[in-house]
Design a protein. Sequence first.
Length: 191
Amino acid sequence: MDQFIRFREDRDRQYDDPDLTPRRASESRTTICVVMEIEHANNAGYVHGGTIMRMVDNAAGIAAARHSRRRVVTAAMDDMSFLSPVYIGDLVTVNAMVNDAHRSSMEVGVRVTVESVPTGERRHVASAHLVYVGLDADGKPAPVPPVVAESDEEKRRQAQARVRREQRLLRKRALQEAATRRPLPTDPPPA
Ligand SMILES: CC(C)(COP(=O)(O)OP(=O)(O)OC[C@H]1O[C@@H](n2cnc3c(N)ncnc32)[C@H](O)[C@@H]1OP(=O)(O)O)[C@@H](O)C(=O)NCCC(=O)NCCS
């Protein structure tokens, strides 16, 4: 136990002073591959959506930690649609990469594909965008390195991530305003 506590303390000290020089988006690239087994199935016999969401969060969290070299928390996940069912025996691959970073937050793009092992047929199952926040040793939001987008694809993803960030901030502000707004005389009576 003492050894574990010392290990944690040594590692926490390493989080105190991460390198904040801009980092290439591709350095955060993360891939997780898992064959779906009985334990991943729901009552209908398909793979549970939550299993895929957990893999998405795992892969995206690793990409964010690789980019920031910090401890990270999931702050948000954008809409995620399942485009195709996943069956037991399928090989699920989750690819994740940091699209963009701001002061302490990072957007990670994730794509999930499924491969049928006997036929090699591949299907796109889902895509998602998640926001992670880098934390300092006290668990407070802390600066993360900017993202260097090199390829045309990375530049497109970075530009689109900036649009999504603006939309998230607008939505958050609007919801906060709605929560504190007093009813107007023209508002319909409460149901
Ligand atoms: C995410 C969290 C650290 C943000 O803390 P906060 O006090 O709101 O911090 P701030 O207002 O300073 O925001 C910090 C950054 O997070 C971003 N952020 C906060 N909430 C967000 C949200 N819902 N969606 C997207 N980004 C968000 C802010 O835009 C800001 O980004 P920037 O520094 O790059 O400009 C805090 O809400 C938290 O700890 N949430 C719980 C996270 C968690 O436990 N996740 C696992 C769930 S099981």
